[in-house]
Design a protein around this ligand. Structure first.
Ligand code: DGL
Length: 270
């Protein structure tokens, strides 16, 4: 297989990164995709940067062993903890990370108040503080960590009364502050966008970064003459958690059935 036809390795703490994977599939249909859900270690949002960095190393090594020509950290929390380390470890490799969409949100707001829904880990990071310094000096940014929400999405519960009540508890303070633009700063959250839409006025914009990440991947592959001619091979999936549970979720969130392989063999002790 030529290097151009090699797969892209994508990972997240769980199924959230599928919201990015579907944008990559839409923009780059010739690319073959490998996806690791680190569901045995979810949520990343409440874990230490050292722990997450180690998980990034383990998963990146796994994907590279399977021939990945590039990596996408389809997770904001993993990016703040691990992307610099992976770039240092693999200087030749295209590595795409992601960050909350502060720049487009600052440009879009009319009230001058932007809300950010993200994990505790992302919001506490120095990388996020730097992002605010760089792009949000002219707007007010109100942040809201959402503990528990990722777990509900991992359980496939996208619309129950419990999920609705939890989400309302997180979003109501942002609306009360006058936010007209909400950043979905965690890759799990696009899956509850329909529910969120029922909780906020139509005038409130919801912004996520999946499509921008796919475009950045396209740019990096193009620069290195690594865009595949296709046809793509079927996507392959691994989970370090409950594989049958992820199989059901995959049909719902990815739109296709697929076998989930177990990632147990490389579980680390971190
Ligand atoms: N999906 C991840 C993100 O974008 C984190 C979810 C978690 O807490 O594990 O931040």
């Amino acid at each position: 297989m030529s290097q151009r036809e090699a797969p892209i390795g994508v990972f997240d703490s769980g199924v959230g990164g599928l919201s990015v994977l579907r944008e990559i599939r839409a923009l780059l249909p010739n690319e073959s995709l490998l996806y690791v859900a680190d569901s045995g270690h979810v949520p990343y949002g409440e874990k230490s940067p050292d722990y997450i960095r180690e998980r990034c190393r383990v998963i990146a090594a796994f994907l590279l062993e399977r021939g990945a020509k590039g990596l996408v950290l389809a997770c904001n929390t993993a990016t703040v903890a691990g992307v610099a380390d992976l770039r240092e470890q693999y200087p030749q490799l295209p590595v795409v990370g992601m960050e909350p969409a502060v720049k487009p949100a600052a440009a879009a707001t009319r009230t001058g108040v932007v809300g950010v829904l993200a994990t505790t880990g992302t919001l506490k990071s120095a990388k996020f503080a730097a992002l605010l310094d760089r792009f949000a000096s002219d707007v007010r940014v109100v942040t809201q960590p959402c503990p528990g929400l990722v777990e509900r999405i991992e359980a496939g519960d996208l619309s129950s009364d419990e999920t609705r009540a939890m989400l309302y508890g997180y979003v109501a303070p942002l609306l009360a502050e006058g936010c007209d633009t909400l950043i979905l700063g965690c890759t799990h959250y696009p899956f509850i966008k329909p529910l969120l839409r029922t909780l906020v006025p139509d005038s409130v914009s919801l912004i996520d970064t999946g499509a921008a990440v796919a475009r950045q991947l396209q740019r990096l592959l193009d620069e290195r003459k690594l865009l595949a001619d296709g046809p793509a091979r079927p996507a392959q999936f691994w989970s370090s958690g409950n594989a049958p549970q992820m199989e059901n979720l995959l049909t719902l969130l990815w739109g296709e059935q697929s076998l989930i392989q177990s990632f147990d063999n490389i579980k680390s002790d971190c």
